[in-house]
Structures are given as C-alpha cells and as structure tokens.
Design a protein around this ligand. Structure first.
Ligand SMILES: [Zn+2]
Ligand SMILES: [Zn+2]
Ligand SMILES: [Zn+2]
Length: 112
C-alpha cells in the first residue's frame, strides 16, 4: 500500500509555441476593459456626500464660497472631492479606502 506513483507526471506537455493557443480564448476576452471614470464616482468616502454634489465643506461654505468644487480621482480608481482629498493628504498621503499611496490621476468638474 505504499505506492508512490505520480500518475500524471508523464503528461505535462506544455506547448512552447504561441501558435498553439486555441482561438476560443479570444471569446473569453471581455470588451469592458475600458472602465469609466463616472461609473466609479458614487459618493465621497471622506464627507459621505454624493460626488454629483459639492462637498460638505462647500455646502457649509467653509472653503470661502469662491472655490469651485471638483472631484479628484486617484490612480487606484477611487474618487473624492478635491477639497476632501486635499485635506486628507495633508496628513496622510494614502487613499482613505485602500490605503495605497495616493497618486492624483484626474480632476473633473461636478455636474450638479
Ligand atoms: Zn467629499
Ligand atoms: Zn468642495
Ligand atoms: Zn483607493
């Protein structure tokens, strides 16, 4: 009862040529790789206000009222009000959600 038989070791026949890739794999590639900025914009995790509205600071006019509110996206794909993430990154240079290093990617105006 002490058989040490690697019963499938003789069938590891890995093709070394890319020509052997079956065409069926192309069907599995999803065309939705182009993710939208807008779809990722839900609500700001810092002030809990929707990203389609101005941030809590602007609503309470603590930004002075003459600063245009906008939305900033990081490279991680998360979005926050520019005022919120600016304040946040004064103390921590990370994304509040995933705590990855915050790298500003894009700013968009709020379409209210
Ligand atoms: Zn906010
Ligand atoms: Zn604002
Ligand atoms: Zn993030």
């Amino acid at each position: 009862m002490s058989q040490t038989d690697p019963n499938q070791s003789t069938h590891t026949n890995i093709p070394s040529s890319n020509d052997d890739i079956p065409r069926v794999q192309l069907k599995l590639l999803s065309p939705v790789a182009t993710w939208s900025w807008v779809l990722n914009a839900d609500s700001c995790s810092i002030c809990r206000t929707s990203l389609t509205a101005i941030c809590m600071k602007c609503q309470t006019k603590s930004t002075g009222g003459n600063t245009k509110c906008s939305v900033s996206w990081g490279k991680c794909g998360h979005a926050f009000h520019t005022h919120c993430i600016d304040d946040w990154t004064k103390t921590r240079q990370v994304c509040p959600i995933d705590e990855l290093a915050w790298t500003h990617q894009q700013t968009a105006d709020i379409i209210a």
